[in-house]
Design a protein. Structure first.
Lengths: 134, 559, 310
């Protein structure tokens, strides 16, 4: 049997709205994944260290503070400089305007999921886009 | 309210009707679903009649507006005297820009200000702190020192407006700055009117902008209660908030239950600190959400009022009727807005406005249609304000008091929400009170369960959200969203550098040192904080001193 | 990345990847462990167990910070339950340790039990070895913490720290059988609360039945306020010295090694007997047994004999 997919669910930035992060954490768990939840107010450095030590397949970032253009690419850059980006799928979610999505994707986020996205869409996306074998 | 004999008769007629007419119709035309539920997943019957509210005693359960138990409203004339305060939460980027927006809103007929602060301010960091990177001015205005506060209220006489500030962990600091600005305008503190949110427990539960652990946070709150009861008597010292609890996914019953449970904890803390309940309780205010299930929401507001009145009277032995009145601000439900077909949000907000007004709110913020996407533009803020004005002037619902009272359904819902909330409060009492229940993660888990249940219903199309999981269209990405100028962070940093160069740093150090000593002891901290802000000590410096003494809160996460 | 080399060179990525592989029973990872096994045995392995809500993670966080003050390093393994229905899990112990994330002398790994009972996951012992080889001075293992059956921790740790909270009352009575015996140290967390002294007395009374040379100390701490954490760490050191000086350490490890060898034999035999190759045959036999054409004793005997040529 293949091992479960490991996902880090993290909230970069200072906003405390974790409803979305918690809902997605539960949905991923119910889809059979191991979800590592890191809590609020995480710096990109903290997120990347957690991702490395937990050796996750997916880094899922939830942000509603409006600081996404600043913080999300920073996580990707750090993952790259730690040479783990090639193994990890990085996705984002939250209140992110459409016009920012392209830029975030170019910076290395594989997918951005905005409010109203069914959790199943995120689950399927993860399963189809993993960067390494289970 | 109903005669026993007549009720018996009615019960029989109703069951005849159910077994006769209804059964016959059902056999040919089944109902749309097996079970009907409210927006909060409470079961809804086919028909409500006197049977469901047979025990209702008018004088005991409803009474008259302005009289115990205040079910029908806290004032005797309600909106026939004056409309609710139309108060749009606003604030972004710098104090200069927010000041412009406030002046615009006041010109448009808004009657009170509501200040949104950016996240660094809410968490007690200056704009030049490492964690503030990318966050400055994003979700509200950045306030680093008294200087920013002076600019924010420039040209706005503080004796003429009432100001609500959404600030919690560092509430003392922002209140101190407001008092200092008033003083500079020549307005004494007893003339200031407004509200600070100051509700830390719901930050732990749902909103997340906490700084200090529970005990010192409760002390800061009771310090404010005490200080204001003497020096700022017209100030609402706390806005005990169910809004964010609901936004986190709770049900209507949970919103009432957890908010009032938090309220109980604050009253207990203040009483324990030696304050007489009737000196501070009249200045407690509440803040609720308004969602789309119109009648359930109206019942929720009524139930909350009745339950709080009973709690204050019976549990805390309050004597003044003012201590028993649950006065509340309402904001329409942010989480009910859809990013899809945002125009539809105007309709949702209109329904929610009706709910708040029919529920007897004291003030109201209506969300703008584009808030699921970004901060609202000026145009969409205007439509939101106009929605309130239309309900006030055109709908007729404000012409008489509590017009839905006596509706069998609404009264029955009011009863069941009150009973459900009371059951939760009893459970929380058993766990040792709200702070303890939060630490154990109980409240968060209950909310999370409701929220996840709702999500699953939406995803299985059991619950329809128009435009999102039904009636979708292909849409272009919306344009013209409000963007915060990315240079705001730099601007604020420059202002901090200027302040630190201009002020008397020796005096600042001295004031901060005094604050530290006071924090280590038991004195009321408000005067020390006021002294420090007047010397232009920054918010981050003041909170830094308190962090050093109090430590920081550690989140409880139970998923 | 050469994993063995990486691990020896204190590369956290290598350690993390090896743990993942061990969780999947990967043979390459096992051979690396067997090759580097001689580098294990140096760390002080401390198990942290106790009822849910006792504050195990917060206490672990504070102990780690106290240790870091002395410049020593810490590996932390936090085990949480896996849902038997979905196979998924939410591992949230890290939330209490966020300050440690970027500390170069700390490594935190969350593990789901993945169907294993006993309070740990099957791969926990392997993960401890990885962190031991890496060179952490201390390794904490935080168990699931759901109550009575968490006895596995004894097989994995040198020292078992039981975390309790005041006011458990009847609970202490209930868990005394089997669980109280495994504690080498007791910490009553949240001791600023009512009932802390009573809880201490109750635990002490329970311990009066213990007649070994090491009388488990009972300490009162308040983890959130960092009160009593330094004394607790001192006691952990004392226990380690006791183990070393009394010869208990080697005795304990001998016993644990024995259990480990037996477990490994069991696992690998199980795998060979009921592994993929035999699924069909087992299926057929089950049908025959269900129809009473065969009895289960003969069936299992047959399979075992076939596989290991008895």
């Amino acid at each position: 049997m293949a091992r479960p997919i490991r996902v880090l669910v993290a909230k970069p930035g200072l906003d405390g709205h974790d409803r979305g992060a918690k809902v997605i954490a539960r949905a991923l768990r119910d889809a059979g994944m191991e979800v590592i939840y890191t809590g609020l107010r995480q710096t990109p450095e903290q997120i990347v260290q957690a991702a490395i030590q937990e050796d996750v397949d997916v880094v899922a970032l939830s942000i509603l503070s409006g600081a996404h253009n600043h913080l999300l690419p920073k996580v990707v850059d750090l993952l790259k400089s730690e040479e783990v980006y090639d193994d990890m799928l990085v996705i984002g979610g939250g209140v992110i305007p459409d016009e920012d999505i392209q830029g975030l994707k170019e910076s290395g986020l594989a997918g951005i999921f905005t409010p109203g996205t069914p959790t199943q869409v995120t689950i399927d996306f993860i399963k189809e886009n993993l960067k390494r074998e289970l | 309210m109903f005669e026993k004999g007549k009720l018996e008769q009615l019960k029989k007629s109703k069951s005849d009707w159910n077994e006769g007419k209804v059964e016959k119709t059902l056999s040919k035309f089944p109902e749309r679903k097996q079970q009907f539920v409210t927006g909060s997943n409470e079961k809804v019957d086919r028909l409500y009649s006197p049977e469901e509210v047979g025990d209702l005693d008018y004088e005991r359960d409803l009474g008259f507006p302005g009289e115990y138990p205040f079910t029908r409203g806290v004032q005797p004339t309600m909106y026939r005297g004056k409309f609710w305060t139309m108060r749009q939460y606003a604030g972004f980027a710098t104090a200069e820009e927010s000041n412009k927006r406030y002046k615009y809103l006041l010109e448009q007929g808004q009657t009170g200000l509501s200040v949104a602060f950016d996240l660094p301010t809410q968490i007690g960091y200056d704009s030049d702190h490492q964690l503030s990177e990318g966050e400055v001015g994003k979700v509200g205005v950045a306030i680093d020192s008294l200087k920013d506060m002076e600019i924010l209220f420039d040209g706005i006489p503080l004796d003429k407006v009432s100001t609500s500030m959404t600030i919690n962990a560092p509430a003392s600091v922002l209140l101190a700055m407001y008092i200092a600005v008033g003083e500079k305008q020549g307005v004494s503190s007893d003339q200031l009117r407004g509200t600070i949110q100051n509700d830390i427990l719901k930050e732990y539960i749902a909103r997340g902008t906490y700084i200090f652990p529970t005990a010192p946070s409760m002390r800061l709150i009771t310090d404010i209660f005490e200080f204001c009861s003497k020096d700022v008597p017209n100030w609402n010292t706390i806005s005990i908030s169910g809004y964010h609890i609901r936004e986190a996914g709770s049900s209507a019953i949970q919103e009432v239950a957890f908010t009032l449970a938090n309220g109980i904890a604050y009253v207990e803390a203040a009483v324990k600190a030696g304050l007489d309940v009737d000196t501070f309780a009249p200045r407690l205010s509440f803040f609720f959400n308004a969602h789309n299930d119109l009648l359930e929401e109206v019942a929720k507001f009524r139930a909350a009022r009745r339950l709080w009145a009973k709690i204050m009277k019976e549990r805390f032995d309050a004597k003044s009727p003012k201590s028993m009145q649950l006065k509340f601000h309402t904001q329409t439900g942010g989480s009910t807005l859809t990013a899809q077909q945002p125009e539809n949000n105007i309709v949702r907000v209109a329904i929610q406005t009706l709910a708040a007004v029919l529920g007897g709110t004291q003030s109201l913020h209506t969300n703008s249609k584009d808030e699921a996407l970004a901060l609202p533009t000026e145009d969409s803020v205007r439509v939101a304000l106009r929605t309130q004005q239309i309900v006030a002037h055109e709908s007729g619902v404000a012409e008489t008091i509590d017009p839905l009272a006596g509706s069998y359904y609404v009264e029955s819902l009011t009863n069941s929400i009150e009973a459900g909330a009371m059951a939760y409060i009893e459970k929380i009492d058993l766990l040792g009170g709200a702070p303890e229940a939060i630490e154990k993660g109980y409240i968060q888990k209950e909310i999370m369960d409701s929220s996840y249940e709702y999500q699953k219903q939406v995803e299985s199309n059991e619950r329809i959200v128009v435009g999102m999981n039904k009636f979708q269209i292909k849409e272009e990405a919306p344009k013209g969203l409000l963007r915060v100028d990315p240079t705001v962070g730099e601007l604020q940093k420059q202002k901090i550098r200027n302040i630190k160069a201009e002020r008397n740093n020796t005096v600042v150090e001295e004031k901060l040192a005094k604050l530290k000593v006071a924090a280590e002891g038991t004195e009321n901290l408000m005067p020390y904080i006021i002294d420090a802000v007047k010397e232009y000590a920054t918010l981050g410096e003041i909170c830094g001193v308190l962090r050093e003494v109090f430590g920081e809160y550690q989140q409880s996460v139970i998923l | 990345m050469n994993l063995a080399e990486g691990l020896m060179n204190k590369d956290k990525r290598a350690a993390a990847r090896l743990i993942t592989m061990i969780e999947s029973n990967d043979s390459e990872a096992i051979s690396i462990l067997s090759m580097l096994y001689k580098h294990t045995g140096r760390a002080h392995v401390i198990g942290i167990t106790g009822p849910p809500g006792a504050g195990k993670s917060t206490l672990t966080d504070k102990l780690a910070k106290e240790i870091r003050k002395n410049g020593k390093t810490v590996g932390i393994i936090a085990v949480d339950p896996t849902s038997p229905f979905t196979g998924g899990s939410i591992l949230g112990d890290r939330v209490r340790m966020t300050d440690l994330y970027t500390d170069s002398g700390v490594f935190i790994r969350s593990m789901g039990t993945r169907g294993h009972l006993g309070g740990l996951s099957k791969a926990t012992l392997g993960a401890v070895k990885v962190l031991d080889i890496y060179g952490f001075d201390y390794i904490f293992i935080e168990t699931v913490g759901v109550g009575q059956s968490e006895v596995d921790i004894v097989k994995a740790a040198d020292t078992v720290l039981m975390v309790m909270v005041p006011g458990l009352g009847d609970d202490i009575q209930a868990i005394k059988a089997g669980i109280m015996e495994i504690g080498d140290l007791f910490a009553i967390n949240k001791s600023d609360r009512e009932g802390a002294d009573r809880t201490k007395v109750e635990i002490e009374m329970m311990l009066d039945f213990n007649h070994s040379d090491w009388r488990p100390p009972v300490l009162q701490v308040v983890a959130t306020e960092n009160k009593g954490v330094d004394q607790l760490l001192e006691m952990l050191h004392k226990h380690r010295s006791y183990l070393e000086n009394s010869g208990m350490l080697i005795k304990k490890r001998r016993k644990n090694s024995e259990t480990e060898i037996i477990d490994l034999i069991q696992n690998s035999l199980m795998k060979r007997v009921i592994g993929d190759g035999n699924q069909l045959e087992i299926h057929k036999m089950a049908e025959a047994v269900a129809l009473r054409q065969l009895d289960p004793y003969t069936a299992s005997d047959k399979l075992i004999k076939k596989m290991i040529n008895l």
